[in-house]
Design a protein around this ligand. Structure first.
Ligand code: NAP
Length: 559
């Protein structure tokens, strides 16, 4: 597009709001980016569709929603000791209202709200090459021009509504866990409730519904390995110590993604005798959380080690569920811990209750929803309320739904049609001045999410400062850097069992999505890499100077 084609969009008086940085999303990452970039004196504004800050913690207010791991007092921002000291976490797995209150507190403490525009969806984003700026449109009809666009859209924020025949004909209430009603409580008491999905969300909500509903029918496609969360009150001494030694705790999070007390064992499961292994597994099971996944170093890398722990969990399911036929339906078959680990509080016990039915969709698939409920090959299940705990188009889905258009009219959906490539998980070739938080190819969901956001946000802030100091208008990754990064992501994954399991990590839960492992598995190395790339004048990126009327051809500068 020529410069004259677009000049009206950005001209003063054209009704376009001019910003230095537009951020999409007011969750953990978007709030940090606002805090950090506003601190540089930039004109920054955050747009979010939700009614308040908090991202996933605003949307996921279903009963039972709580942090699973790593929990309090470490599930929080790490950058401000003052913030750490003034907030008191009380549970190992803080519940959703507590986390949302914490994020609201952060927004107030750092006076973020004045630059956050809520109930506003960004509906279009296009890079204007002549102006070297992003041009956005919102659901409120606003038009925005910003030099930088930051996607802080969340990794698990684009709900997956399954394509099951007749779903729209069902006459009862339908709620997705990731889009739970904000204005009222869903009343399960006395109702016939169905739940589709047994991932983390399903496993959290199912025991809560069982407590109230007249009947509960769980429609399970793939049985999961759920581990006892064993949520408990935090030891006040742990809370006090972590506050007093926060800089050391932060150093450990940076080095390991968690405090060193929670770092996995360095021992192989194959070094121990069967008896010793059972003792180690049992101890970890009693400890709860992901202790079982972390009690040996090779449980997600060695198929034999994995087989031992998988069998241990299956034996626990058999012990807990009284009806052997139901227990068999609950037996997971994939490699243990190669889906995001599910934590439970009384999940398997639910199936010992008379008013709870487990429908194994592998044996009796859903034929159709009807106005009254569900019809499977085996029969009818009348329902009043249907809960879809069917997950998300993870990691790439939220941004793909906005579908930014980069250079030469390239749409992100097309760019990512075969493979969701990025450089460093935060930049995409063809999309100058677009930065992603927790994008595909970053450690995202497999490292400390708050620390990850801080590290990426600091990198973005330093990069923008560098560009201003050097008179650069745009930055874009080069194809060779993106290719090498993608190869590194896959090389790391191939040393584990993760790619062998159909999961949202691999895009397998969304029909038509590219099948590839999307997480960079070496978190500490990643953050070190970010620092090195910056120190080496942004190796792997190319910059463009600001275009002027007299200088329409940019002078490209390679980092
Ligand atoms: P999920 O792990 O993707 O689970 C979705 C469930 O729905 C699976 O059991 C899936 O079966 C089933 N499903 C999907 N489409 C279906 C269909 N068409 N028919 C039948 N079943 C279908 O989603 P999630 O439970 O919402 O969890 C997503 C992630 O969010 C978690 O892994 C976790 O990272 C995060 N989360 C965190 C917390 C927390 O406490 N911090 C809580 C909840 C969620 P298949 O397995 O066969 O695909």
């Amino acid at each position: 597009m020529s410069r004259s084609d677009t000049s009206t969009e950005h001209a003063p008086g054209s009704g376009v709001r001019e910003l230095d940085v537009a951020i999409i999303g007011a969750g953990v990452s978007g709030m940090y980016a606002l805090y950090r970039l506003r601190g540089l004196g930039l004109d920054v504004r955050v747009y979010d569709q939700a009614g308040d800050v908090g991202g996933t913690w605003w949307w996921n207010r279903y009963p039972g929603a709580r942090v699973d791991y790593p929990g309090g007092p470490f599930y929080c921002y790490t950058f401000s000791e003052e913030l750490v000291r003034e907030w008191d976490w009380t549970e190992r797995q803080p519940d959703q209202p507590t986390v949302l209150a914490y994020l609201g507190h952060v927004a107030d403490k750092f006076d973020l709200r004045r630059d956050i525009q809520l109930r506003t969806k960004v509906v279009a984003a296009r890079f204007d090459e002549a102006a070297q700026r992003w041009f956005l449109e919102t659901s409120e009809g606003e038009r925005i021009s910003a030099q930088f666009l930051i996607a802080a859209v969340g990794t698990l924020s684009a709900p997956n509504r399954p394509d099951i025949p007749g779903l729209d004909d069902f006459a009862g209430e339908v709620h997705h866990t990731g889009n739970w009603p904000q204005d009222r409580q869903v009343e399960f008491a006395g109702k016939r409730v169905g739940v589709v999905g047994t991932g983390s969300s399903g496993v959290q909500i199912i025991p809560q519904i069982a407590r109230e509903a007249a009947s509960l029918t769980v429609f399970q496609r793939t049985p999961q390995f759920a581990l006892p969360g064993r949520n408990q009150a935090l030891d006040p001494a742990l809370v006090r110590d972590s506050k007093e030694n926060w800089s050391e705790v932060r150093r450990q999070i940076q080095e390991f993604g968690r405090p060193s007390s929670l770092v996995p064992s360095t021992r192989s499961a194959l070094e121990d005798t069967e008896e010793e292994r059972q003792r180690v597994f049992e101890e970890a099971w009693q400890k709860g959380g992901v202790a079982l996944r972390d009690c040996y170093r090779d449980l997600v890398t060695d198929p034999v080690a994995n087989g031992h722990v998988a069998e241990f969990v299956r034996s626990k399911i058999r012990e807990t569920v009284r009806d052997p036929a139901v227990a068999e339906k609950l037996m997971p078959e994939y490699y243990f811990a190669t889906k995001r680990q599910v934590m439970d509080e009384g999940y398997y016990e639910v199936y010992n209750q008379d008013h709870v039915t487990l429908v194994d969709l592998r044996e009796e698939p859903i034929e159709t929803f009807t106005p009254d409920g569900v019809r499977t090959a085996e029969g009818e299940y009348p329902l009043d309320i249907l809960v879809l705990a069917t997950g998300y188009d993870a990691i790439t889905g939220a941004l793909r739904r906005i579908n930014p258009v980069g250079r030469d009219g390239l749409a992100l959906e097309d760019k990512w049609a075969e493979s969701s490539r990025t450089y460093l998980g935060l930049s995409v070739v063809g999309f100058p001045n677009l930065f992603l938080f927790h994008g595909p190819g970053s450690p995202s969901v497999m490292f400390h999410m708050f620390y990850g956001a801080e590290s990426q946000g600091d990198w973005m802030a330093e990069c923008i400062t560098y560009m201003r100091e050097h008179g650069m208008a745009t930055i874009e990754a080069v194809p060779e850097a993106e290719e090498a990064w993608a190869a590194d992501v896959q090389a790391l994954a191939s040393r584990t069992l993760f790619p062998q399991t159909a999961s949202w990590f691999t895009g397998a839960n969304i029909p038509g999505k590219p099948r590839e492992f999307m997480v960079y598995l070496a978190g500490p190395r990643y953050h070190e890499n970010l620092r090195e790339v910056a120190a080496n004048d942004y190796e792997g990126f190319v910059f463009e100077r600001a275009r002027t009327g007299a200088d329409l051809e940019p002078s490209a500068v390679r980092g």
